[in-house]
Design a protein around this ligand. Structure first.
Ligand code: PMP
Length: 407
């Protein structure tokens, strides 16, 4: 008799190597870097982890908006007035006053005619890329693109062409091989978040335009502090009006959750009618869009915060360089400072030593990182005080010496 209760093949068995790898890490006596719990969050830069007061240097809270009193109040008011959720898609019953409000705030922030909000930044890329590039079209993307960009390609039916990370020459070469008349979307990121390096957007956009492509730039890691109006690397490099679509997120500088795309394209609104990750999911809760709207409007005037964020990035980058650490970039190009380590063992040991000392950073490894690199990613916040940055540097020196990463 066949056993009808046991499947012929346990589909979960494909995860055995992952389970074993995680177990080996835990058995080595370290804290699991991918199972951290914030027991309390006291401010944008401080939390309690494992009962210990910890400085946060591994969140994307670049502009420190999560505890801004106006932002928090807007969320509370919306919760009182509109309830806890929308129970539906934007297409049907899920468009509330503040979804419209936050889209207007985005149009004002970017100075563009169109703005569409998605439930996350991941879904904004998934939706925009898969909807824009159809059958017979091409998506041309940087090899180090974020997972959401790759997944947007997989979700769609266009042909995919990758070029070498940040190589204008390779982009040009690959575009030159594609049919001149085909629809082409070049997808770039302003800041690449693993190493913290920025894209040579000016040259890349020029090459893309030369080959008749449309351009989408993901500015997730630059909003609020690149360019005169904080619009991103594209604004910083003088590309206003040359980029067709800008994708962003509320989960970083804005300090809540959600994603968006802005554009000046006259037919942009049609995306709402065709984009599956926009249509077939519930819209963001009213409290979330209300906080996002206030945060975005405040970011338009956050010049002091912006200046302090850059000062923190420079101080941390210079201090770590002087200590002898190898960093992801030679100069402080963004708010991400990546500390490169020799291997997984050293990275985990260093991460653990920092945590034990009261500092949280992100542990990153392949496949999230390019070229098999193990690194500790530091994301600087505008709300880190100068005293905290000094403390952080001391913690890095102690941990780096303890694990032999520096002399
Ligand atoms: N794009 C990039 C470049 C990102 O780094 C991320 C998130 N880390 C996203 C998109 C997705 O954003 P979200 O967290 O809003 O889904």
């Amino acid at each position: 008799m066949t056993d009808t209760t046991t499947p012929a093949r346990d589909l979960m068995s494909k995860f055995d190597p992952l389970i074993a790898e995680r177990q080996a890490l835990i058995d080595s006596g370290v804290t699991d870097p991918f199972a951290i719990v914030m027991e309390q969050v006291k401010s944008p830069t401080e939390a309690v982890i494992k009962g210990k007061d910890t400085i946060l240097l591994g969140t994307y809270n670049y502009m420190g908006m999560t505890f801004d009193p106006d932002v928090v109040q807007a969320g509370k008011d919306a919760l009182d007035q509109f309830g806890s959720g929308t129970n539906g898609s934007r297409m049907l019953n899920g468009t509330f006053r503040d979804h419209v409000g936050v889209e207007q705030a985005l149009r004002d922030f970017y100075g563009m005619s169109g703005a569409i909000v998605f439930s996350t930044g991941y879904m904004a890329n998934l939706g925009m890329i898969s909807t824009l590039a159809g059958k017979g079209d091409y998506v041309i993307l940087d090899a180090d693109s974020h997972a959401s960009i790759y997944d947007g390609c997989k979700q769609g039916v266009a042909e995919i062409v990758r070029f070498r990370h940040n190589s204008v020459e390779d982009l040009d070469k690959r575009l030159g091989r594609l049919p001149a008349e085909a629809g082409k979307l070049v997808v770039l990121e302003g800041v690449y978040s693993m190493l913290g390096d920025i894209a040579p957007l000016k040259d890349m956009v020029a090459v893309a335009k030369k080959h008749g492509c449309m351009v989408l730039v993901d500015e997730a890691h630059s909003m609020g502090f690149f360019g005169p109006n904080g619009r991103g690397v594209y604004e910083d490099q003088g590309l206003e009006g040359e980029v067709d679509f800008v994708v962003g997120t509320f989960s970083k500088s804005v300090g809540t959750v959600g994603g968006f795309c802005v554009s000046n394209h006259p037919k942009f609104e049609a995306i709402r009618l065709a984009c599956r990750p926009y249509i077939f999911t519930a819209s963001l809760p009213p409290s979330v869009v209300a906080t996002a709207e206030v945060s975005i409007r405040k970011l338009m005037h956050a010049h002091n915060k912006r200046a302090h964020l850059w000062e923190n990035a420079r101080t941390l980058h210079n201090g770590l360089t002087e200590m002898g650490f190898t960093l992801g970039t030679k100069t402080p190009d963004s708010a991400v400072i990546a500390v490169l380590l020799d291997d997984q063992e050293q990275a985990v040991a260093m991460w653990q030593a920092l945590l034990d000392g009261g500092l949280y950073v992100n542990m990153a490894r392949p496949p999230a990182t390019p070229a098999g690199i193990f690194l500790l990613r530091c994301s600087v916040c505008a709300e880190h005080s100068s005293a905290q940055i000094s403390t952080i540097l001391k913690m890095f020196r102690a941990a780096g010496q303890a694990v032999g990463a520096i002399g």
